[in-house]
Design a binder for this molecule. Structure first.
Ligand SMILES: N=c1c2ncn([C@@H]3O[C@H](COP(=O)(O)OP(=O)(O)OP(=O)(O)O)[C@@H](O)[C@H]3O)c2ncn1[C@@H]1O[C@H](COP(=O)(O)O)[C@@H](O)[C@H]1O
Length: 109
């Protein structure tokens, strides 16, 4: 499953040097981090709206489509900051067997 994320991460790395006229990813980098973050925010909102609609309609296709857009733009953001999917997977793996409620309690003063 994560093989797709790794392959996409390699493409994203290569696109940092690509021509913005022929590569969408290169065009985002040319516009800068703020543009990339704007796209992450937009895709986040579109995902939330799709999820709200799906709760009523039962049609989850738009949720999958919008979440793919959100993951993709989040990966462009990570790539911009010299991070990749493995960093996130490692963080999630380190949380195995730790209840979210326990983790939250451990943060309380
Ligand atoms: N997975 C994706 C992917 N998902 C979504 N998108 C693009 O993300 C954009 C989403 O923006 P919106 O839906 O907001 O539509 P828009 O109106 O075109 O966007 P704006 O002009 O408002 O910024 C669209 O242009 C989609 O085509 C993607 N573009 C590229 N990839 C992957 O990235 C690789 C490299 O892409 P290029 O850099 O274009 O070669 C591709 O081979 C794919 O594997």
């Amino acid at each position: 499953m994560s093989d797709v994320l790794e392959r996409l991460a390699q493409v994203l790395e290569a696109r940092k040097e690509a021509n913005p006229d022929t590569s969408y990813v290169a065009s985002l980098h040319a516009k800068g981090l703020n543009k990339i973050l704007e796209k992450v925010g937009e895709e986040c909102t579109e995902t939330l709206l799709a999820a709200k609609d799906a709760e009523h309609s039962g049609d989850t296709r738009a949720v999958v489509y919008e979440t793919a857009d959100l993951w993709f733009h989040s990966m462009v953001m990570l790539s911009r900051l010299e991070l990749g999917p493995q960093d996130i997977i490692d963080e999630l793996a380190s949380r195995f067997d730790l209840s979210g409620l326990e983790e939250k309690a451990s943060r309380q003063p």
